[in-house]
Design a protein. Structure first.
Lengths: 412, 87
């Protein structure tokens, strides 16, 4: 299947805003140290709520990343997104101004839009009246706002869009960016960022259920652990610069990896086979799309729900595809919490860094997987000494979305 | 408050819409078009909402289509302020 490999687009730039590190270097160093960003909430007073832990992006100074003209019109989610997009483009050494008009676009994923901005304007509406609502509310709340603001700031006027499939979004957006490259785009900024750590967002997260009420940050989110008790919400994610591989090589760009395959599937009825879980189907489709078999996969970045039944379903899907404990599995999101659309984008960044630096980042918190989760989970410290050529990244989005992406190291 | 001065307008613009890099609102801006100052229609709309609340007036949408520079914008606001019956 060399045609697939030959046309797989290249990731040439990565930008990160994560609870355990702002910026690619700071985040990756923290990931390898096993340093968690899950802490008591500080962005609002969470004391009246049953869940008080989250993954907040530390040390983000708005004025350092966002031009004055954009401060009044952007929610935190867009500020984080603008920062990560700029880092990714700088990291790629790509200047969209050098490209033909309409040759570069933006396809990002998002789940909650500008929630905190929306809360503030709703408060203004109901306490002071419609004349007090910001004109910028017209777009600042919207899922597509990150794509729009990135497009305007960097002059990316080619085919663009937004994907809303919750946690699966970061992968689905990257797959859609790949389609645009295949249709002739030279460069697409992709990935995703989410942030909704405000009282209104918190009410939504609590109503959605599944959050861990464990107060100890080190014990709250334990994917595949026998004591798994739910998940922790975080904010942030990653943006990636995806380029036509031949053009990227031509300009001498550093290539982290190639996006070689993607598969997506909706869950079936809960009473059906495998509890209706179609994550394995998405993974199988991604391998087929990449033209490879399970034996070619060197590491899996798990969705890692942190809930017993969902963890078991994922472990069973992996065992069915690869055989029990046959491939290293990791979940660095144990250090950030689940970031909605940003989560799978950040996992994709982690998979690319793993290929680039030949190291599997660890899962923290969980000391060993439960007996009914037959996975070779990389825990505690990074695993080295493997030959990492191909990584599979999995994600499940609330509502039944399953997505899988295969990334491969660039051919030497 | 029966007049809107340029100094107040620039303060309100900065607060409502920020300041474009490379633009100095304290400079000679009276006759520059909004787009030359880095402001789009939404920035003017946001600024207008603030001024309407602050001065207790309502501006005519058709009028501010033509108020495409700070000078014309000030003229428009001050005309409405002067026409307002003294209380």
């Amino acid at each position: 299947m060399s045609t697939t490999a030959a046309t797989a687009p290249a990731v040439t730039g990565i930008g990160v805003a994560a609870p355990n590190g702002l910026g690619l270097k700071a985040w990756w160093a923290a990931v390898l140290r096993g340093e968690s960003g899950i802490r008591p909430l500080t962005r609002f007073d969470a004391s009246p709520y049953p869940v008080r832990l989250a993954g907040e992006v530390p040390g983000f100074v708005d004025e350092d990343h966002v031009p004055s003209r954009l401060l009044q019109q952007t929610d935190r989610v867009t500020r984080l997104s603008l920062a990560a997009a700029k880092e990714a483009l700088d990291d790629a050494g790509a200047d969209p101004a050098d490209l033909p008009d309409y040759a570069a676009g933006v396809v990002t994923a998002n789940s909650a839009g500008g929630f905190e901005f929306g809360q503030r304007e709703l408060e203004a509406l109901w306490s002071r009246g419609g004349r007090h609502v910001s004109a910028y509310q017209s777009f600042a709340w919207f899922y597509a706002v990150n794509s729009g603001q990135i497009s305007i700031r960097h002059g990316l006027r080619g085919a663009s869009g937004v994907i809303v499939t919750e946690q699966a979004g970061g992968l689905d957006a990257t797959a859609h960016a790949r389609r645009q490259i295949r249709k002739g785009a030279h460069l697409v900024v992709t990935g995703g960022i989410d942030s909704s750590l405000c009282p209104w967002g918190w009410a939504a997260h609590l109503a959605g259920g599944g959050l861990s009420t464990e107060p100890d940050p080190a014990r709250a989110y334990l994917p595949f652990d026998p004591d798994a008790s739910g998940y922790v919400v975080g904010e942030g994610g990653a943006h990636l610069v995806l380029e036509d591989a031949a053009r990227a090589r031509e300009r001498g760009a550093r290539i982290y990896g190639l996006v070689a395959g993607h598969g997506a599937a909706f869950d079936g009825p809960a009473g059906g086979a495998g509890g209706g879980c179609r994550l394995g189907a998405a993974a199988g489709a991604a391998l087929a799309d990449a033209g490879i078999g399970p034996g070619d996969v060197d590491v899996v970045f798990a969705d890692a729900a942190g809930e017993r039944a969902a963890d078991r379903l994922e472990a069973e899907a992996l065992a069915e595809l690869f055989g029990p404990r046959a491939v290293p599995v990791t979940a660095p999101k144990s250090m950030t919490g689940r970031l909605a659309a940003g989560g799978s984008a950040l996992d994709l960044a982690a998979a690319l860094m793993a290929l680039h630096e030949q190291v599997v980042p660890p899962t923290t918190g969980t000391s060993a997987p439960a007996d009914d989760c037959p996975v070779d989970l990389v825990t505690g410290t990074p695993r080295t000494g493997l030959r990492l050529r191909t990584a599979l990244v999995l994600a499940r989005g609330r509502g039944g979305f399953n997505s899988a992406v295969v990334v491969r190291a660039p051919a030497a | 408050m029966n007049r809107l001065e340029l100094s107040s307008l620039t303060r309100i613009l900065r607060e409502c819409a920020g300041e474009e890099e490379g633009v100095d609102l304290d400079g000679d801006v009276l006759d520059q078009y909004w787009f030359e100052l880095g402001y789009d229609s939404l920035a003017v709309l946001q600024t207008t909402g603030y001024i309407e609340r602050e001065f207790g007036i309502v501006l005519d949408g058709e009028d501010f289509d033509e108020a495409d520079t700070p000078r014309r914008y000030l003229d428009m606001v001050n005309r409405v302020l002067s026409e307002r019956a003294p209380v």
